[in-house]
Write a protein that binds this ligand. Structure first.
Ligand SMILES: Nc1ncnc2c1ncn2[C@@H]1O[C@H](COP(=O)(O)OP(=O)(O)OP(=O)(O)O)[C@@H](O)[C@H]1O
Ligand SMILES: [Mg+2]
Length: 509
């Protein structure tokens, strides 16, 4: 093995019942490089990383892995063994304990002891200096469950860094981070690289590979399609390697014709239930038309998610202002009230909110929609199956069967299940909060197509997104939020990245 290779993956094959997740994967990771790994949802990225980090023990796959020339055979407490070998991972799914503090989570299972008793002072002092060193502005004593998902993601990253690994694996670390936080992360990665740490980096935001990686490997259907130096790669090339064909456009052209107003929102204000008097949505007014897509842009923390969850009734009684649907004052103080008005919400935090983990794909899609194929309290199973299969096909959910457990799906495919569930509820107003986060380019395109189809049928859509090209290309109008208020509503033809950013940051009023 060449001297500069730190990790050698040799002919790995991994099967799950009925599915081959990886086929003869061979890959060399060089010392000190940032190696990007990309591929469609279900391509096998996370599975490969879970082999390297000991989640799947030696013996549960075929092939060999060599770390610094030595074969690794993690069994028993295999995750601990991987850490001891110098391999740390930030999982795609958040794996923190919400009830514990930031410091407790970072040192979970490795707490500093003093004569058999946990040394709390030391634990918090070390947490504090770790966070300061990497310029992470997170309160070390805060309960993790009270942090936003972006901050939780940063805590995960801090935990992995604190393990002082030689190889750091990041499985979609930026899906929940703000632009600024991504900048912080990239600075950290560059510093680690300068210190000789090797990094494997997974993302669906292809532009990131060009900012941070040295090498890119593309997986498709569990096989390595190719590895190339980032300097020789282009976005188009990577996409065609990922999807196996040339994709000419990233946003399908719709034929939307916005019609009459379906919803009117006047002076909507929502208060923080935990902090009386603090506004989380501040005096927002707008109207929404049938058949249009209204994009909602803004920085993280600007109130976008709070706006749409309030529209879905989650503000309860802590809300003032008026919402009317079809010219009738609507009582939306609960999700039930929202659904009675044919409003559906695909939530932002799909990992936590969306899924019943012990159930099948089909049950996860159909559960809130049972009325659609029930008569006299009996479920028409054929109809249920047909409808769910149609949505699974449209969204390209990668599975052997929709009867499989939802947890057998890859991260991105689990997200598609949540989207399918709400699409099937045949809403008249469909709110999507970050609908394409963690979803591969090909499937994004299918989601945009479905959004267009729904709008063409007269459904009104509200789409919150941090992806500016997506908002600019897919919306008829764009509302920009700034500090909990609506900073302006732009028509698509007058909106540019610059104007949206100027409104979002408060530079332009
Ligand atoms: N625990 C499991 N049981 C059964 N099948 C699984 C399991 N974990 C993964 N798979 C299957 O293995 C394949 C690869 O999944 P993997 O999670 O590695 O994909 P991925 O490339 O990380 O995708 P994503 O971008 O969506 O995260 C998929 O077909 C998935 O359904
Ligand atoms: Mg994955």
């Amino acid at each position: 093995m060449a001297n500069d290779v730190v990790l050698e993956i040799d002919n790995i094959t991994k099967e799950f019942p009925g599915i081959v997740a990886l086929t003869d994967v061979s890959l060399q990771i060089k010392r000190g490089e940032i190696h990007g790994l990309c591929g469609e949802n279900g391509a096998g990225k996370s599975t490969l990383m879970k082999i390297l980090s000991g989640v799947y023990e030696y013996g549960s796959y075929r092939g060999n892995v060599y770390m610094e020339g030595e074969e690794i055979k993690f069994t028993g407490e295999s995750i601990k063994q991987a850490i001891a070998k110098g391999i740390a991972i930030v999982y795609q799914e958040l794996s923190l304990v919400p009830k514990l503090t930031v410091g407790e989570n970072i040192f979970l299972g490795r707490e500093p002891h003093n004569r058999g008793i946990i040394n709390w002072d030391k634990l918090y002092a070390e947490t504090d200096s770790l966070l300061k060193k990497y310029k992470l502005e997170i309160p070390f004593g805060a309960q993790v469950g009270n942090l936003g998902i972006g901050q939780q993601q940063l805590v995960e990253i801090a935990r992995a860094i604190s393990e002082e690994a030689k190889v750091l694996i990041l499985d979609e670390p930026t899906s929940a981070l703000t632009e600024e936080e991504v900048g912080t992360l990239f600075a950290i990665l560059k510093e680690l690289k300068a210190n000789g740490v090797t990094c494997i980096y997974i993302s669906h935001k292809l532009e990131e590979f060009f900012k941070i990686t040295d090498t890119i490997t593309v997986l498709r259907d569990g096989m390595v399609i190719g590895t190339l130096p980032t300097t020789e790669a282009t976005v188009e090339k990577i996409i065609s390697m990922m999807v196996g064909r040339v994709m000419k456009e990233r946003f399908p052209k719709g034929n939307r014709k916005p019609g009459e107003t379906i919803m009117e929102v006047r002076n909507l204000t929502a208060y923080d239930p935990n902090a009386p008097g603090v506004k989380i949505v501040d005096d927002v007014s707008f109207s929404l038309r049938r058949g249009e897509i209204l994009g909602v842009a803004g920085l993280m923390g600007s109130g976008r998610t709070e706006l749409v969850t309030t529209l879905f009734g989650e503000g309860g009684v802590n809300v003032s202002g008026e919402i009317s649907v079809k010219n009738i004052r609507a009582d939306i103080r609960s999700a039930r009230g929202a659904m009675a008005n044919k409003i559906s919400l695909v939530p932002e935090d799909r990992k936590a909110l969306g899924l019943i983990v012990n159930d099948s794909i089909i049950k996860n899609i159909s559960l809130p929609n049972l009325d659609a194929f029930s008569s006299f309290l009996r479920i028409n199973k054929n109809e249920e199956y047909k409808m769910c299969q149609k949505y699974a096909d449209d969204l390209q959910i990668k599975t052997q069967s929709i009867n499989a457990l939802v947890t057998s799906l890859s991260g991105g495919n689990q997200q598609k299940v949540v989207i399918a569930k709400w699409l099937m509820s045949s809403p008249e107003i469909l709110i999507l909060d970050e609908p394409t986060r963690g979803i591969d380019v090909g499937a994004k395109y299918e989601i945009y197509k479905l959004m267009n189809e729904l709008a063409e049928k007269g459904v009104a859509l509200i789409m919150v997104s941090s992806d500016l090209p997506e908002v600019l290309s897919m919306s008829d109008r764009i509302m920009v939020m700034h500090e909990r208020q609506c900073a302006g509503i732009l028509d698509q033809n007058e909106a540019t990245q610059e104007i949206v950013m100027a409104l979002a940051t408060g530079i332009r009023k």
